[in-house]
Write a protein that binds this ligand. Structure first.
Ligand SMILES: Cc1cc2nc3c(=O)[nH]c(=O)nc-3n(C[C@H](O)[C@H](O)[C@H](O)COP(=O)(O)OP(=O)(O)OC[C@H]3O[C@@H](n4cnc5c(N)ncnc54)[C@H](O)[C@@H]3O)c2cc1C
Length: 467
């Protein structure tokens, strides 16, 4: 065993890579020393979970997408139970002029597939509805140029749909900045629909008419014991062949004779034959800048937003609100500092005992004020005030937890795909070094596990093993 592979970062990407390599070692497909180095004391990266008084409290992500199956497959393979969102409660509210309005039934983000709920909704003005209805007559974009979510939705369905429905839904996932976030990178199916079939509205209706009533589960899934449990379990299994170094950082990386000289915060220094950088792009940029200034400069072009999540729990007896939805979104035009609130105990009934109400609030929005720098008191005052204004909650919480995530959300700006092609071509000139993770071609947990697995395969191939 003379070859060494080092994975830097123990989030979904890094643990995904480590677990995949472990399976290859067990299968006899590779014989190498594998080490994973993680700065934090625990593995999981942004997937961190607390279980307190029967409540499953996620610090960062609370779900993965079922149609990006790689995270869910990992959890299931490890024998963990995965669950979809509450089948009895699928609606979501959007705050509109200070009132909670339901997202119209049949709304596929921007495409209204049911007429009556769309005509009835108070989220859109009569003119806005008329403009959306004219979508089939809007010109089809001829070129392949990337554009923002704002430009795409505005062009096809009008500003009203963008600002009051699609923007909050789409932008919420991708940092709230829909005028700069690339539609091609974040929701590629919509530009593809336009290119291949013209009107999205007509295709949406046609697809709905042809589609059998869905018997499959929710698009959003989670792990019953918490998302981090899947990564901890994967690491527990992989520990047999992988050396996990927690509370340790990689502080320097040097290129020496086609191999990589790795320095750890412990002072250790050794040579690796392959390195997988499963860290945020700005960390990767810092590590490679000494020998790949071009890669570092390209990675430096990926902006990151901050995020601040607050979990609040109450005794159910103290809450009068019916909590009859998965939560609510707050469009940027509303005068409120929180951008969303997820009603966890409704969305995921397993995540709280019946006599408790568990909510999560996202404070601030992508490119705006950096709430991670605010005091606990200021953050909690904002959350309590927002919940009072919107849900009438005045009770004292039985638990509050603030999770600050500075520089945590890679923003896929217009042109991100072209930037990624450039990064890929530069990295092709750097054999043995692989970039993987949320910064590149998918921010979700599923994409991260997929990226980690792919990077592990590339590292194996580089070392002469059959991936
Ligand atoms: C608030 C929030 C909510 C989200 N919600 C969802 C959701 O519901 N669904 C979803 O799919 N995705 C969601 N995401 C996105 C998703 O959580 C992340 O994209 C994903 O977890 C990133 O995984 P990763 O392994 O690529 O990076 P990370 O989880 O960031 O892991 C990178 C690791 O590298 C370590 N590290 C950094 N520098 C070094 C170094 N020098 N040496 C060693 N280790 C280092 C860090 O400590 C970290 O653990 C959310 C993200 C946030 C912040």
């Amino acid at each position: 065993m003379s070859q060494t592979i080092v994975i830097v970062g123990g989030g979904a990407t890094g643990v995904g890579a480590a677990y995949h390599l472990h399976k290859q070692v067990k299968a006899g497909s590779i014989d190498a020393k594998i080490m994973l180095v993680e700065r934090d004391a625990t593995l999981g990266g942004k997937a961190k979970t607390d279980v307190i008084d029967g409540m499953v409290i996620e610090h960062g992500p609370d779900s993965y997408l079922s149609y990006k199956p790689w995270f869910g497959n990992l959890a299931k393979e490890l024998g963990l139970t995965t669950v979809g969102t509450n089948p009895h409660c699928k609606s979501t509210y959007i705050l509109h002029k200070g009132r909670m309005e339901s997202l119209p039934v049949g709304m596929n983000i921007m495409i209204p597939t049911e007429v009556w709920p769309f005509l009835k909704t108070r989220l859109l003005s009569p003119l806005g509805k008329l403009r959306a209805g004219l979508e089939p007559f809007m010109p089809i974009k001829k070129d392949d140029e990337d554009e923002s979510i704002g430009s795409f939705v505005g062009r096809r369905f009008g500003r009203d749909v963008l600002e009051h429905v699609a923007g909050p839904l789409m932008g919420g996932i991708h940092g709230g900045d829909w005028e700069n976030v690339s539609i091609k990178c974040t929701f590629p199916s919509f530009p593809k629909m336009e290119k291949e079939g013209g009107s999205l509205l007509l295709q949406g209706w046609k697809n709905k008419a042809n589609k059998p009533k869905s018997t499959t589960g929710s698009a959003f899934q989670t792990v019953q014991a918490g998302l981090q449990s899947a990564l901890l379990k994967a690491a527990e299994v992989a520990r047999e062949t992988v050396d996990f170094r927690t509370s340790t950082s990689v502080t320097a990386l040097k290129l020496v004779d086609g191999k990589y000289d790795v320095t750890l915060s412990t002072g250790e220094q050794f040579v690796a034959d392959a390195v997988i950088l499963a860290v945020p792009a700005y960390v990767a940029a810092d590590l490679v800048k000494g020998f790949r200034a071009d890669v570092a400069s390209a990675l430096g072009e990926i902006p990151y937003n901050n995020s601040c999540v607050v979990a609040v729990a109450y005794n159910k007896a103290d809450i009068k609100h019916p909590l009859n939805a998965t939560g609510f979104l707050v469009p940027s035009g509303e005068p409120l500092e929180i951008s969303a609130s997820t009603w966890i105990s409704t969305k995921w009934p397993h995540a709280a005992p019946e006599d408790k109400v568990l909510l999560r609030c996202f404070v601030g929005r992508g490119p705006g004020k950096d709430w991670t720098k605010e005091s606990d008191e200021a953050i909690m005052a904002t959350v309590k005030d927002s919940l009072k204004q919107t849900m009438g909650i005045e009770a004292n919480p039985i638990l509050t937890k603030i999770f600050r995530w500075p520089k945590s959300m890679a923003v896929y700006r217009v042109g991100h795909l072209a930037l990624m092609d450039k990064v890929d071509s530069l990295m092709a000139q750097q054999p043995g070094l692989y970039l993987a993770g949320a910064a590149y071609r998918g921010v979700g947990l599923g994409d991260c596990v997929r990226e980690g697995t792919t990077a592990a395969d590339k590292a194996m191939k580089h070392l002469g093993w059959k991936a």
